[in-house]
Ligand binder design. Structure first.
Ligand SMILES: [Mg+2]
Length: 348
């Protein structure tokens, strides 16, 4: 990723979900993104995006916007720096992973476009061609969830994700299981809705439907460790993965990694190495990022899957947006890694 002076331009974009999604941290109806374009002296432009979700990660679009403005002079005055050095230089003026992720992914996109290679092929010589993804059920009522589940199974998904900690979890899950039959993996995500005792009770009550894993039953390393010791189900961390020391702590069976939280593709690959060394499994997801963010995760997952197992990823979300062409469509529960240069998708 050798670069000289780099020009950064930023644009805001709003994507609207077809149906609002209810979660333990609130309802998500739309996503505000900052789309960055990085152009080098060779005239090649790479694109990236920042996708903060304040109710979830506490990062506002205004903070991201300010950070990106602060990166502009850093990039404009950079000389003879490679991609990692450029991201480090930006981090020194504003250490905000969500904003750094946009810079990192634009540099990868640019590097791919310059060499005509997909990003996954820049990371590893043998990226896998497709990655397995889960369907995300958005209905909060039993009949609606069952209908979505049946449709997802017909479309070929073999892992479905259900938000829990939002009321009638057991009834909804039972309806979903009845609709899927016994062979589909059901993953639940509580987004930290429970304390330790509540989590143990809730997980025990849900266990009869058969769970692939329970994501973020409670927030905090110590609390997750306690829950995992007291339940039979597999436990994963997501929000808690942001805590210092969480990636290598080995408190969970699996760790959900996000491009945005890791500060980009390079940060995510480093995080995955720590997680795997601790004996836990990795999978990737986004918080309803736009096409660039999801594509960055698809490329990273394809590289990681060439070196070890990756659990189904939460990246089958672009079709949930209204009026956005799905550039990473799902076939039989899998997304094909784009073969075009760079990230292989266009912004928006
Ligand atoms: Mg989650």
């Amino acid at each position: 990723m050798g670069d000289q002076r780099v020009r950064l331009t930023v644009e805001r974009q709003t994507l609207k979900l077809r149906k609002p999604l209810e979660t333990a941290f609130g309802t998500v109806a739309r996503r505000e993104l900052a789309i960055v374009a990085l152009t080098g002296e060779d005239g090649v432009t790479g694109y990236g995006e920042a996708a903060p979700l304040e109710a979830y990660d506490g990062v506002s679009i205004e903070r991201v916007w300010q950070a990106l403005q602060d990166y502009q002079p850093v990039l404009a005055h950079s000389r003879e720096m490679n991609g990692a050095q450029l991201v480090d230089a930006c981090r020194q003026v504003h250490d905000l992973p969500t904003a750094l992720a946009a810079i990192d992914m634009a540099l990868w996109d640019r590097a791919g476009r310059r060499t005509g290679q997909p990003v996954a092929a820049l990371i590893t010589d043998k990226p896998v061609a497709t990655i397995e993804v889960n369907a995300t059920l958005t209905a909060s009522d039993r009949a609606g969830a069952a209908e979505e589940a049946a449709q997802a199974v017909r479309q070929g998904f073999s892992c479905l994700k259900v938000k829990v900690g939002i009321g009638d979890d057991n009834g909804r899950l039972a309806a979903v299981r009845a609709a899927t039959g016994p062979h589909v993996a059901l993953r639940v995500d509580a987004n930290g809705a429970w304390d330790v005792d509540e989590a143990v009770r809730a997980i025990d009550a849900m266990a009869s439907v058969g769970l692939e894993l329970v994501e973020e039953p409670t927030h905090g390393l110590q609390a997750v460790r306690e829950v995992r010791e007291r339940v039979a189900a597999r436990v994963a961390i997501d929000e808690t993965a942001a805590e210092h020391g969480a990636l290598g702590a080995g408190v969970a069976d699996a760790v959900c990694l996000k491009i945005s939280r890791c500060g980009g593709i390079a940060g995510l690959l480093a995080a995955a190495t720590l997680v795997r060394a601790s004996g836990a499994e990795v999978y990737l997801a986004s918080t309803f990022d736009g096409p660039l963010g999801v594509a960055a995760a698809v490329h990273a997952a394809a590289a990681l899957a060439s070196r070890g197992p990756v659990a189904p990823c939460g990246l089958a979300t672009l079709s949930l947006f209204e009026g956005v062409e799905d550039q990473l469509p799902v076939h039989e529960g899998r997304i094909s890694v784009p073969l075009g240069a760079g990230l292989g998708v266009t912004p928006g």
